[in-house]
Design a protein around this ligand. Sequence first.
Ligand SMILES: [Fe+2]
Ligand SMILES: [Fe+2]
Length: 416
Amino acid sequence: MATNKPGLMEHEKFEALRALASTLNQVSDLDVMMETILSEARRFVGAEAGSIYIREGDRLLLSYSQNDYFVKSESAKDFSGYKNQEIPLTGNSLAAYVGREGRPLNVADAYDIDLDSPYSFDPEFDRKNGYVTRSILTLPLSDLRLETIGVLQIINPRAADGQPRAFERDDEELMIIFSSTAAMALERAQLVRQMLLRSVRMAELRDPRETTLHAQRVAALAGLLYEDWARKRSLTPAVIKKNRDHLRMAAMLHDVGKVGISDQILNKPTRLNHDERQEMQKHVLIGLKLFEPVFSELDRMIYEVILNHHERWDGRGYPGWINPDTGLALPGHHGADERPLGKKGEEISIFGRVTAVADVFDALTSRRVYKDAFDGDLACQIMIQESGHHFDPELVDILLLNLDLAKAVRRRFREY
Ligand SMILES: [Fe+2]
Ligand SMILES: [Fe+2]
């Protein structure tokens, strides 16, 4: 039996595997799922780094990586991990080989693989980043029909004294059980993502600006902004994680209500007049109707995001203090003309505030039929001008501090 190993002790393994199923069960968003699977896999065996590949037809998409060696902050760990690199399943990389064969592969030293092996290690990443990969355990993630849906790779386990070690037989056995639980959770999260994107596609049929890529970028940015905001408050990591999981899914759906707005208004090439604007604003109430009644915490989050994503920090947004059933102002919350007052500042749900910042920033940095994509500097200038007017100033500050992560999000969900 192995000695001098960090990761789990022998007597902890059964309990850890049991807890894993319940930890993964609490997650539904695909990206949060990949992040959780990787963190847990690395914790189980004390590994420094790891990656998840998702299978798309005859390719593997390197989707998510973590590497403690490069990490300074928690938030950077999550987001610098965004990858978007494809490899053919027929290739000779370790991941492709395992994806094809459907069996785990334990390589003690990546730089000491026989030349006549059917797989090889690509040292490109190491060379570029000054990293040294040694021991690599690569596992297939297979569905119940034993079809490969992805590949999990964990790298460089450490001994208790921090020195590199190789993966041992018992690590391998533990991780084989781990990956069967992880694969089921991953498959469920993929199904959830597909359902959400199908709803977004329905709205996209009406409004070509609301693409699935825009929805996924808004989700990722909103999650990033919320996480930083929440960390500064006394919220527990478990609450932050749950809210981020739900928020990411909800943010994708911010504009699904556009499915009920007429094409005439959505596709009008010139500025909308007053009446048309009023009509367009109804997409908020239509969106709410799609998610009533509220059954779950996720429904509640979706409801809050849709209801609040067009409110403005200065109180000049919409729909304001309304009764969503009637669309009329709540008692005591209207002006002399009976129109509802806008919500202001922290009256607006934080989940609506982060979605507003993410939505507008992504629209500014995207090409639209009526404009080119603004470069990062111009987009930032506009965000700064609107700080305290349209947007919560604290969230604009968080965005500006995390621009490299925002760029990583754009690369991950890029338009072709
Ligand atoms: Fe909207
Ligand atoms: Fe949008």
